[in-house]
Design a protein around this ligand. Structure first.
Ligand code: C2O
Ligand code: CU
Length: 557
C-alpha cells in the first residue's frame, strides 16, 4: 500500500523505572500509520508494539519478571517448522524468551533461546547489572521464531545510567536530557496489500518458508511509519537502535548536516566524534548529538538511508529503503547547553577508555552459507556448524583472546556475543575465492575455520572512531576478516559461574512435542546436543540466528 510519509507524530516510548519490574508479552493490534488499518502485532505491558524504555542505574540489580500472555501469534503462518526447534504447536501457543542484550547476566537469567516461556507462564530474571553505563535492549530470543517474534514487536530499550549519564541532578557532562534525549528504535517493515505487517519479502520462497531476511521497504521509528518529530532549536541526544531484521543502514540527514557520535553499545566515547554519516547494523546502538539550532524555524530535515542490502540489490534490483523520519524545527528555545568538548579524562570526568589489551589466544571463526544448502532450504552457519553442535568454542576464564571473524559471504553480518564485551581491532580484506579454494568447505556439521593467513588482500583497516569502547556486537563486512579483542571474565569477577547450566523449561506448557521435553529432534547436521551449559554467540540478522547462524560457547575454568 502507498503510505504518505510524515503524517504521524513520532511516539515517545514510555519509561519505566524500579528495582522490580515486569514485562508482559501480549498479542495486540497496532496502527503503524494513519492510513493503514490496525495490524495484528505483539507488544509488552499493554503497548501494542515494542515495549517501554527501562531506565536503570548501573551497578544496582534488577529483578524482572517476564510473563508470556500471548494468545495468538500475528505471524503464525510464517513460522517455519522445518527450522531446528520449531514445533507446529508454536502457531497456537507461541513461546518466548526474554534476553537482555548487553547485560552481564548469569546463565539462568539470560533468556537463552531454549529457555522458553509458554503462554500462561512466567520467569523471574535476576540482572545484576554490575557493569558500566550503556545502551542495552531487551528482546525475544525464542529458538527458531525470533525472526517472527521480534519482528512482530517484542523489543524494547534499557538505558543504564550513572552520575555522569543521568542528566540529574547536576549533569556534569552537560548532555541533553529529559525532553531533549530521545530513544529512536529504527526498524524496517513490509506490509501486505491489505495493510498488515508481513515478514514475506520475496515470492521466490514457498509460503511460510524461511527466507533468509525480511528486507523492509518502509521505515519505522518507535513503531510508526515515517513519523515526524517536532524539535526545538537546540542540541538533542538520540539513542539510536537498529532493531531491524536484516538491513545495515548508512544513516545521514537529508541536508547532509554534521552530527556527533558520543557513545555506542556500552557507554561514552572519550570525546564527541563529528561525522556526516554512519553505518549501523542490526543489534548495534549509537548515541548521537544533533544540533537543530543551526536550522531556521519551519525548516524540516529527514533522517535518511542510502545503503541497500547487497544480495537483494544485486539479484532483485531492490533499492535502499530511503528514510526513517522527519524533524520539524519549531520556533522555541531548546536545550541550553552546547557540545561537550570531552566526555572522559580530566577533572570531574570518567576515566579515558583503557587501551586495547594484548591477546594471548588467537581464535579463527567463520561466517558462511554452506555450499550444499545454498538453494532453499538454505542455511547460514558459524564455523560450518549447526546450533546443536557439540564442537563449540571454550575460551578460558580470565583470558584475553583475539577472534578473527572470517566472513566469506558478500553480505555484512552483525556478530554478537552474549555476556562479554569486546573492542574492535579492525577489518582486513580477504581473498575469499583463494581462501575457499585452498580450504574446501566440508559438509555442514564438520567444523571449518581455517586461518586466513596468506589470503589477506591488504592491511587491516582501523575501525571508525565511533566504534571505540566496549561493544557487544560488530559489523563483519562481506569478504573481510573482522578482528575483535575479547576478555572472558572469571567467576570471581562476575560474582556468578558463567559455566553453570541453565534450566531449559521454565514455564507451564500446553504442548507436548519432543522439542520441549529434552528429547530434541536432531538438527540439520544430525546433532542432538543436550548440554545446557554455555551462552550463545550469533549473527543478529533475525533469520540467520534462527537458522543456524548461532552457536553456544562456554567460558570454562
Ligand atoms: Cu540481541 Cu542473542 O541477542
Ligand atoms: Cu548473518
Amino acid at each position: 500500500p502507498a503510505v504518505e510519509p510524515f503524517v504521524d507524530e513520532m511516539p515517545r516510548l514510555p519509561v519505566v523505572r524500579g528495582d522490580r519490574l515486569e514485562l508482559v508479552a501480549e498479542t495486540a493490534t497496532h496502527r503503524f500509520h494513519r492510513d493503514l488499518p490496525p495490524s495484528p502485532s505483539l507488544g509488552y505491558n499493554g503497548m501494542s508494539y515494542l515495549g517501554p524504555t527501562v531506565e536503570h542505574r548501573a551497578g544496582t540489580p534488577l529483578r524482572l519478571r517476564f510473563a508470556n500472555r500471548m494468545t495468538t501469534h500475528p505471524l503464525a503462518a510464517d513460522m517455519d517448522t522445518s527450522l531446528h526447534g520449531v514445533a507446529e504447536s508454536f502457531r497456537t501457543a507461541p513461546p518466548s524468551s526474554l534476553h537482555l542484550h548487553g547485560g552481564v547476566t548469569p546463565p539462568d537469567s539470560d533468556g537463552h533461546p531454549e529457555q522458553l516461556v509458554y503462554p500462561g507462564g512466567d520467569i523471574d530474571h535476576d540482572f545484576p547489572l554490575a557493569q558500566d553505563t550503556g545502551h542495552l535492549w531487551y528482546h525475544d530470543h525464542a529458538m527458531g521464531i525470533t525472526r517472527v517474534n521480534v519482528y512482530a514487536g517484542l523489543a524494547g530499550m534499557l538505558l543504564l545510567r550513572d552520575d555522569f549519564d543521568t542528566g540529574e541532578p547536576d549533569n556534569p557532562l552537560g548532555l541533553p536530557a529529559g525532553e531533549f534525549e530521545v530513544p529512536l528504535v529504527l526498524q524496517e517493515k513490509l506490509f501486505t496489500a491489505d495493510g498488515r505487517q508481513s515478514v514475506r519479502s520475496t515470492p521466490v520462497v514457498p509460503e511460510g518458508g524461511w527466507e533468509g531476511g525480511a528486507v523492509g521497504d518502509i521505515g519505522l521509528v518507535n513503531g510508526k511509519v515515517w513519523p515526524y518529530l517536532p524539535v526545538a532549536r537546540g542540541l538533542y541526544r538520540f539513542r539510536v537502535l537498529n532493531a531491524a531484521s536484516f538491513s545495515v543502514w548508512n544513516l545521514f540527514f537529508g541536508n547532509r548536516m554534521r552530527f556527533w557520535v558520543i557513545g555506542n553499545d556500552h557507554g561514552l566515547l572519550d570525546a564527541p566524534v563529528a561525522t556526516h554519516e554512519l553505518r549501523l547494523s542490526p543489534g548495534e546502538r549509537v548515541d548521537l548529538l544533533v544540533d537543530f539550532a543551526e536550522l531556521t524555524p519551519g525548516e524540516t530535515v529527514e533522517l535518511r538511508n542510502d545503503e541497500a542490502p547487497v544480495f537483494q540489490a544485486a539479484i532483485l534490483g531492490e533499492v535502499a529503503m530511503p528514510r526513517f523520519c522527519q524533524f520539524r524545527v519549531e520556533d522555541r528555545p531548546g536545550f541550553a547547553g552546547g557540545l561537550p568538548a570531552r566526555l572522559r579524562g580530566g577533572a570531574g570526568l570518567p576515566p579515558l577508555l583503557p587501551p586495547i589489551e594484548t591477546p594471548t589466544v588467537i581464535r579463527d571463526v567463520t561466517v558462511s552459507q554452506p555450499y550444499e544448502l545454498r538453494v532453499p532450504p538454505a542455511i547460514m552457519s558459524l564455523n560450518n556448524l549447526t546450533f546443536s553442535s557439540p564442537d563449540i568454542e571454550m575460551p578460558r576464564q580470565g583470558t584475553v583472546e583475539q577472534w578473527n571473524i572470517i566472513n566469506i559471504t558478500p553480505d555484512p553480518h552483525p556478530i554478537h556475543l552474549h555476556l562479554v564485551t569486546f573492542r574492535i581491532l579492525g577489518r582486513t580484506p580477504l581473498r575469499t575465492v583463494d581462501y575457499q579454494l585452498a580450504h574446501p568447505q566440508p559438509p555442514i556439521g564438520q567444523k571449518w575455520a581455517p586461518s586466513a593467513e596468506g589470503f589477506l588482500a591488504g592491511p587491516m583497516m582501523a575501525p571508525q572512531p565511533w566504534e571505540a569502547g566496549n561493544k557487544d556486537i560488530v559489523r563483519v563486512d562481506g569478504g573481510t576478516v573482522t578482528s575483535i579483542i575479547v576478555r572472558f571474565p572469571t567467576a570471581a569477577e562476575l560474582g556468578f559461574d558463567p559455566d553453570a547450566p541453565f534450566p531449559r523449561r521454565v514455564a507451564t506448557e500446553r504442548v507436548g512435542e519432543d522439542t520441549h521435553t529434552g528429547h530434541r529432534a536432531p538438527d540439520h547436521a544430525g546433532h542432538q546436543h543436550d548440554d545446557l551449559r554455555g551462552y550463545v554467540w550469533h549473527c543478529h540478522l533475525l533469520d540467520h540466528e534462527d537458522h543456524d547462524m548461532m552457536l553456544k560457547y562456554r567460558i570454562v575454568r
